[in-house]
Design a protein around this ligand. Sequence first.
Ligand code: AHR
Length: 501
Amino acid sequence: PRAHIVLDKQAVVAPVRRRTFGSFVEHLGRCVYTGIYEPDHPSANDDGFRMDVVDLVRELGSTTIRYPGGNFVSGFRWEDSVGPRGKRPVRRDLAWHSLESNQVGLDEFAAWLKLTGSELMLAVNVATRGILPALDLLEYANHPSGTALSDLRIANGAPDPHNVRMWCLGNEMDGPWQTGFMSAEDYGKIAARTAAAMKMADKDLELVVCGSSGSGMPTFGDWERTVLEHSYDHVDYVSCHAYYQELDGDLGSFLASALDMEYFIDTVIATADHVGYKKRSSKKIDISFDEWNVWYLKEHQESEKSKEADNEWRHAPRQLEDVYTVADAVVVGNLLMTLLKRGDRVTSASLAQLVNVIAPIMTEPGGPAWRQTTFHPFSITSRLAAGEVIRPVIDAPTYTTARYGEASVVDAVATVDGDRAAVFLVNRDLTQSAQVTVDVRSLGLSRVLEALTLADSDVYAKNTLAEPLRVVPRANTGATLSDGVLTVELPPVSWSAIALG
Ligand code: AHR
């Protein structure tokens, strides 16, 4: 196939928002223990953090990191995870049927974020606790000093406030799997009251109310409307969560997953704005797309059923350790392009998750850490996307998908920052290369600075402990820029990034 794309520097969607490149660390499986934290590991620093993982997180370029869950947060008592380590209780985590040692808590995680250079986004437990524990956590985390809980933090070895700006009011409260899940009515009321109280402490907090756990939820749409009718005046974001996987051997539909993400975003914005108009409010609610990724959920659900007889409670078991393919990386790259494209209203996002658990980074206890296929499009986009997002005009053939109708074979987005630009492209064709021309005359640029493509003759190739560098991005040596036209060939099932200057 052939595609022609026009980039007009006037067609600005929004600034590139650094929070688009957020991620997520949940107390789940080996994300924390033997993921980011492993005191006996040869690379561990004095605080027990694996520095090989810190280096990879920095290279990944993740910005805001959501913590400590996820489903985990709905059974969490934050007080368990601070203070002298020897006194911290071991608790059962019902969400993931495992044991939580609480050896890493808020203060340790905040210290780890300093190493990675990321911002903390914290979730409070509204499911099984209440307003006061949320206010206590806020005081502990953010109050400078001179109150019971800020002084406790100082006594615990964290003299500076953590100054957390973004707070999630619970997690996936629409999901029957959530400990303490609620109806939209009940959740909307408790979220509104919790948010109002938190803003009495600090009116500038950025609060995220739970939207639907997926666009396929039976309550999708009504959930957002009802929750926002109660909480609109007190919150700043509504969350979206979406996971995709190849189903029934239908790779073509899977590669078009970004269409579902766009539909999801459009619908939530329409719903939020509808509530806003009804309230005659001039305020707009943005989207925090705070869980998104490829996840082989169907396989996990099936294996969970077969393990139902296994009632053991383990600490940091291997859970949700998906190993990603080239095709998965193309989808992840495309989803990230979509989040950039919708940066007018999607102003924060979190790839779920960061280490070992459906993650771009994998570790072996006592052994190495390595990059999954999905690491690459995220890391390269975080590094190259800057300035403003430009919505391209794409003229490309389409193909019919069973799940999402007609999909463009080629998708693209671009960013422009002064005398630099970056173009991100996918080719969804299963067998053929796409010949693409991009008219960049309006940008006034003359050189290809860097052209990288992620593709493989085996679209199911993966990086593993045995072969960690099986899939890496390669230079796309055919990319040329002449007379304001970029010409590039995109291999079948591929993701590419081209930097221009
Ligand atoms: O990211 C894994 C889980 O997916 C999270 O804990 C939950 O919020 C979602 O269902």
